[in-house]
Every structure is written in C-alpha cells, then in structure tokens.
Design a protein around this ligand. Structure first.
Ligand code: SF4
Length: 82
C-alpha cells in the first residue's frame, strides 16, 4: 500500500485546483488585510511541520492554512504562530 502524504499544502495540488481555491480566495481580500509574502511563508513553514495539517487544511480549525496565513487577522488555534 503506498504511503499517503498528509502534509501537502494545496499549492502542491493541480495548478487548476490551487488557483481556484487559494489564489482566487486570497485575491478576493482587500490588500490592506494581507500580510507580506515573507510573513505568510514563515507561518506556512510552521504549518508544514505541524501534525494538524492535512492536504492544506488545519484539522484544528478547518481552515485552508494558506488563506489563514495570508491574512493579518489569521491566527494559529494552537498559538504556533500569530
Ligand atoms: S494553523 Fe497551527 S494548528 Fe493549524 S496546521 Fe498551522 S500550525 Fe498547525
């Protein structure tokens, strides 16, 4: 039985699915509500190592972590980043 990866971000999915779910979702938000790309990337590095991530979704809160990490008001429910 092949090993199933449970740590993938949605950006690792097909380009079409990633564009539809994440990129369009972030683009729909006002720019003033978004953090810098560096801040979002730092947050996602924490998520990628977390046992709660599964296919781009945080199992603690149900959010797409790439959207949560992109917004200023986004918080990790476990306080691993803010
Ligand atoms: S938001 Fe927090 S709990 Fe959820 S996957 Fe990221 S680091 Fe883990």
């Amino acid at each position: 039985m092949p090993k199933i990866c449970t740590r993938c971000l949605l950006r690792d999915f097909s380009k079409e699915d990633y564009e539809r779910i994440i990129v369009e979702g972030i683009r729909a938000l006002p720019a003033e509500e978004l953090v810098s790309d560096d801040v979002a990337a730092g947050r996602l590095e924490v998520c990628k190592k977390c046992e709660k991530i599964n296919q781009g979704t945080c199992l603690a809160c149900g959010c797409y972590v790439e959207i949560r990490a992109a917004v200023k008001k986004g918080r990790c429910p476990y306080g691993k980043w803010d």
